[in-house]
Design a protein around this ligand. Structure first.
Ligand code: HEM
Length: 656
């Protein structure tokens, strides 16, 4: 283990900062004073800048270019203090040119650690695990879930974010992570106080498998059964057998039905990379990106005749490998400059996310001159070398926890009629509600077959997704048929909000306040620091008393006052600042190998000319988009007005 935790390197601060130290002490929140003292002077200045803006709650109200400096400095701090390695590296040497493609299990990406990011490697950590006194059942998870999480009535996100956006992030989660389970089962029982409100009075599930890391420091960890790379494993799988199953083995293509939906086995289970615990919304996105993959194969095959510099052996395997690289990059790009921009809808975040992909110099300069300058000016994509900041790439336990976003889902899909003319703002006529129970798992696949791809996507496009707030966890999740890795159904139903509270505790994720401290965010000292909602405070107090240190992370994330335009909490956002960058920057195929040689000329152009999910939908369903999408982004509610022209350059704008 290489813990890059706080006080690893103690350098003597340079003179001017040292003189100022005693003066600054009262200004620094007491919780950070010890850490601050151990920092080298550059980090001290960085911390002071970030901390001052945090204290004033100001960074998101600054003009865009100043807001970006805050994000940049915060990210640097986290790259130095919030990456803890778990497990031992595999230093077996290999020549990266022998693996100029994404392997089925994610191995051979990082030349210094051939297994980094591959299937069945450890989740890393952004902070030390909580102490064992982080009681598993106190307060009772069923009480927390019932009193604070369970939906009372549907709260949505207005026009900002639709059900495609909710499905998209689940599609990503299925690319990134899934914890290996232990054969041992645990039973949770609802206590009498809430049992009458819990559909399952008790339920059983598999505990997370604890595995010895073989390293010092963090002695046990959990394994990710997906590859942690952003490599499209939700459609390709995370190992060879699965990859072989989803391929047609002709012209590099993947299996897809004539109706544009996933194919199915005789038992009704979809044929795709990851089909576990899914629903019709995710299945539709998987099908769309299978079509995208196959279209890339066609384009590459067609270009072969006149693009002489391309590999003459454009056979099935080569076409598949190129198309996987291209499709994965298209997915990563859409997530970066389309999905996230709608999730965090401010000018600063729009600039920040475009800077991650294109750099501050922007698309035009990058398209014309290639990658110029470092990560800030030229962007992360196309960097000369990947950078893992001294810690082998993995996703982290904390990253999993902040993506617990089941409240994004409604309890039913509002099905639309797409066979009539559009109403105002291209809105389709409402037909009927279809309960989520009918859209989940194996049953969901047959319901989707009846609905059809276009109707499903148009209906999701026109429906706002759920807000990440207290009392908004969907009802249907309280009695859910969970699935095995192969998609078969388990006999034991689970109560998801209860299970999620338990999971974070079981995996030793620090509770909310400690989580904030470890992210260098000012902790709360009373409930009023968390939220202005009186009823929320009253209920939280009923359960946790005045013990702010006991507040569960998921409850804190849902209760926290949000930054204007943000659909998620600031606490979750800070984990993203670090990890969203890392997913691109640590990956050879988004940096040193993001070039024509690796992707082909046609393939790289494909990535460079696809800017959004709208572009992908337009490619495959042009009439659906022009008839039913009024909004600019496919992730905002489709009857929203398109973005209006703003003559002020993005970097010079003020938050609205
Ligand atoms: C109908 C749709 C969905 C179903 C049926 C579903 C079901 C599940 C189930 C059964 C688990 C495993 C629980 C456990 O044993 O710990 C899980 C985990 C998870 N889900 Fe969902 N989910 C859905 C949608 C979503 C959405 C929209 C998100 C948004 C990001 C999401 C994020 C996660 C995350 C982060 C985990 C933890 C993964 C891990 O432990 O490695 N899910 N889900």
């Amino acid at each position: 283990m290489t813990p890059r935790s706080f006080p690893l390197f103690i350098r003597r601060p340079k003179l001017p900062v040292m003189c100022l130290l005693p003066l600054l002490d009262p200004f620094i929140h007491p919780t950070f004073r010890d850490v601050f003292e151990t920092m080298p002077s550059g980090d001290k200045l960085r911390f002071l800048y970030v901390h001052s803006l945090d204290r004033l709650r100001l960074w998101h109200k600054l003009p865009v270019f100043l807001g970006l400096t805050y994000l940049q400095q915060r990210r640097t701090l986290h790259e130095r203090y919030s990456l803890l390695d778990v497990g031992m590296p595999d230093t077996t040497a290999f020549d990266p040119d022998d693996y100029a493609y994404r392997t089925d299990d994610g191995e051979h990406n990082d030349p210094e650690n051939s297994k980094a990011g591959s299937q069945n490697t450890f989740f890393g950590r952004n902070m030390p695990p909580a102490e064992r006194k982080n009681h598993l059942v106190s307060p009772d998870p069923a009480v927390v879930a019932t009193k604070l999480l369970a939906r009372r009535s549907y709260k949505d996100t207005g026009k900002q974010f639709n059900l495609i956006a909710a499905s998209w992030i689940q599609f990503m989660v299925h690319d990134w992570m899934d914890h290996l389970e232990d054969p041992e089962q645990v039973v949770l029982r609802a206590p009498p106080l809430v049992a009458h409100e819990c559909p399952l009075k008790s339920f059983r599930f598999y505990s997370t498998k604890k595995v010895a890391t073989g390293g010092e420091g963090i002695e046990t960890g959990h394994l990710n059964i997906q590859t942690s790379w952003w490599d499209g494993s939700a459609i390709y799988g995370s190992e060879g057998k699965k990859e072989a199953k989803v391929r047609t083995h002709a012209d590099g293509k993947l299996k897809i039905g004539d109706d544009g939906l996933l194919q199915h086995e005789v038992n009704g289970i979809a044929v795709s990379g990851d089909i576990r615990n899914s629903w019709a919304g995710v299945s539709a996105l998987q099908a769309l990106f299978v079509k995208e993959h196959n279209a890339v194969c066609d384009a590459l095959k067609a270009s072969k005749a006149f693009l002489r510099e391309e590999d003459p052996r454009l056979d099935d395997e080569a076409l598949f490998r190129y198309a996987r690289l291209v499709t994965s990059a298209v997915i990563a790009k859409i997530h970066t400059i389309d999905w996230t921009v709608e999730l965090l809808k401010t000018h600063t975040m729009n600039a920040a996310m475009h800077a991650n992909w294109y750099g501050l110099l922007g698309k035009k300069i990058k398209d014309t001159f290639g990658h110029i300058g470092g990560p800030a000016l030229g962007g992360l994509v196309g960097l000369k070398k990947p950078n893992n900041h001294g810690v082998p790439y993995s996703l982290t336990e904390e990253f999993t926890s902040v993506y617990r976003m089941h409240s994004l889902l409604p309890d039913s899909l509002k099905l639309r009629n797409i066979n009539t003319d559009p109403g105002p703002n291209k809105s389709p006529e409402y037909l009927k509600d279809i309960k989520m129970e009918e859209l989940v798992g194996i049953r969901g696949e047959s319901t989707l077959n009846e609905i059809g791809f276009e109707r499903q996507v148009v209906s999701m496009g026109h429906q706002a997704c759920g807000a990440l707030e207290l009392w908004n966890y969907p009802f249907f999740f309280r009695d859910l048929v969970a699935q095995n890795v192969d998609g078969t159904e388990r006999p034991d139903h689970v109560d998801m909000p209860v299970l999620e509270i338990y999971r974070d505790r079981e995996r030793r994720i620090p509770r909310y306040n400690q989580f904030r401290r470890k992210l260098m965010l000012i902790p709360i000292s009373k409930w009023e620091d968390l939220t202005d909602d009186k009823e929320a405070i009253e209920t939280i107090r009923e359960i946790y008393g005045d013990e702010v240190e006991k507040l569960d992370l998921l409850v804190g994330l849902m209760a926290e006052k949000k930054i204007k335009g943000f659909a998620i909490s600031e606490t979750a956002f800070v984990v993203f600042i670090l990890m969203a960058t890392r997913r691109l920057e640590a990956d050879r195929f988004f940096t040193s190998y993001f070039n024509e040689k690796t992707y082909t000329k046609r393939g790289l152009k494909w990535v460079n000319t696809t800017e959004s999910l709208r572009d992908v939908l337009l490619r495959h369903y042009p009439r659906t988009v022009s008839k039913w999408m009024n909004s600019t982004s496919a992730f905002s509610v489709w009857d929203a007005p398109p973005n209006s022209f703003n003559p002020i350059p993005l970097l010079l704008r003020f938050p609205s």
